[in-house]
Design a protein around this ligand. Sequence first.
Ligand SMILES: Cc1cc2nc3c(=O)[nH]c(=O)nc-3n(C[C@H](O)[C@H](O)[C@H](O)COP(=O)(O)O)c2cc1C
Length: 254
Amino acid sequence: MKVLGILGAHKEHGVTAQLLTATLASVPAPHETELIYLADYDIHPDTGIPNPVLDALTEKLLTSDVWIFAAPTYWGGLSGIMKHFLDCLRWRLVRIDHVGDAHPDRFKNKHYLSITDCYISPLDNLFTGVTDATFRQIDTVMNAAGLIKIHEIVCPGTLKNGDRIPEQTLNTCRKWGVKLPNKAKRDDNTMKRYVELFMMIAIMSLITMGIQTGLAPVIAQTNFWLNWAVFVIIFFTLLAIILHVVTFMVHRRH
Ligand SMILES: Cc1cc2nc3c(=O)[nH]c(=O)nc-3n(C[C@H](O)[C@H](O)[C@H](O)COP(=O)(O)O)c2cc1C
């Protein structure tokens, strides 16, 4: 298996590069790794004339099983150099049908991991979610191309820390580097999601029935339809709270 690290940053040896290098260095042998620094390439879109640079990069993408996108957050979004790369690749990443809709093509079912960093602190990032747009931009493109997301890693606070990366963040990179080959073997998480759904319903039903039993002195349990209505209301309230909390956690990264 091969892991390709794609660095789209102004600095070749900055924080983003270090995060990517730490991840790649932890990919266990005999799996191969390669790092490409996009600024080393003169990247242009396809305009009907030969495009050897994009051909060479496309070949690297094709022969890799996992791609790691490492790009800093610039102006609250994906770095320009990474965006330019993805823009130029558009016609190679997707197949466009007769109404202009994009469909996955030759890269379908490969895997990817995203890495970004930003100046603002972990707490600020939690509430403003400045790195969210960076990850979303990568996800939009990869989703269209049919790739499967493995994970995302964020390193806020680079203004305060400079080029020194907290050991905890480096460990996260190392952990995912080790895991990448195993994660990429699985095509999707369908089975895992069904098990999670089953567990969620089982636990919520238990809590709901527990609350109903607790309410027995207040609401009589003899009427079937009243019991059902109370069950639905409690279950719905719990579900709404869980969905709200989960959505908040997913969209507000530290
Ligand atoms: C053009 C530019 C725009 C930036 N915009 C933001 C921003 O909107 N929010 C933020 O927190 N940091 C911003 N930063 C800081 C970068 O995210 C920071 O430089 C990066 O974490 C450092 O990564 P590097 O060492 O790999 O270059 C910006 C930096 C540059 C150069």
